[in-house]
Design a protein around this ligand. Sequence first.
Ligand code: ACO
Length: 325
Amino acid sequence: MATVRSRIVGVGAYLPERMVTNQELAAKVETSDEWIVERSGIRERHLAAEGEFTSDLAIAAARRALAAAGLSGEDLDLIVLATTTPDNTFPATATRVQAALGMTKGAAFDVQAVCSGFIFALSVADNFIKSGQVRTALVIGAETFSRILDWQDRTTCVLFGDGAGAVVLKAEQGAGNGQDSGILSTHIHSDGRHYDLLKVDGGPSSTGTVGHVRMVGREVFRHAVANLAAVVHESLAANDLSPADLDWVVPHQANKRIIDGTARKLNLPAERIVVTVERHANTSAASVPLALAEAVGDGRIKSGQLVLLEAMGGGFTWGAALVRM
Ligand code: ACO
């Protein structure tokens, strides 16, 4: 049956200029390049400059995605921005992006699902498009995670980085089958029983402070592999597909071992997985669109290919989106 699809018509990304290696971190906290590479696969990360905000990263990524789509801010009906590190507690960072892009109609708001934020934001925008409420949407994942790290805590501060990625979605009529271009389905989940395993120990309502990231790494790791494998299966089953049908998987870039563990569970060959974690570290909501933009930009991901995006984060939250480019 004919249906409306959200087609990805432009992708863009932005990384702050300053790159920090593991060796530089080892001069500040008791760690080593060897330990970080062996446990996480991370070699370097980009960190926002003083005075450079999440909105600045988001605006830069959004401008690139709009340019790739041949559109301007005036063409947008909706901005959904996923972030855990907004410029201010309120207003939504998305409204600052909206003003900078010269978009004066429609709505702009933030979505909070930590590292799964981009998948959640994509799902929200896709549903607005499928329901006919909007025709053109900008979905952004943007973070300055460096601002909520405890730089004395070696178990967390070595794992994260800053960055932003964005996609432009446009409503397009599809045949309603798996050959359609655009988002074929999105699948999002959360389980609040695990709230304390990965969280920030502050907030406007609890402590009145911003707080720092706290994580029970081993538990997060265990849940991540199980939940990601399950949601990948769920998205393939919903579309009568198997892992062999996928041209590319663009996973959340938290840890190379989580990416490898999930791939093994799904029998996915390493050549079909986009990996940027060694250069970006974990950029939370920005990681999936950053990796997507890189693989589209260098020509690996081509028009017509089937791509699976997946992520897992604090809450816990997790999700996947199956997209024909
Ligand atoms: N440098 C050197 N040693 C360290 C460091 C460090 N940066 N951090 C911890 N250690 C030490 C620990 O103190 C511990 O020492 P001990 O044995 O003397 O107590 C030892 O290394 C082992 O620590 P573990 O935490 O058991 O190490 P593990 O093998 O579990 O690796 C890691 C830790 C990398 C955090 C892992 O658990 C992990 O990847 N978890 C997933 C977390 C994740 O990726 N979160 C991202 C956000 S959630 C998401 O996006 C999915």
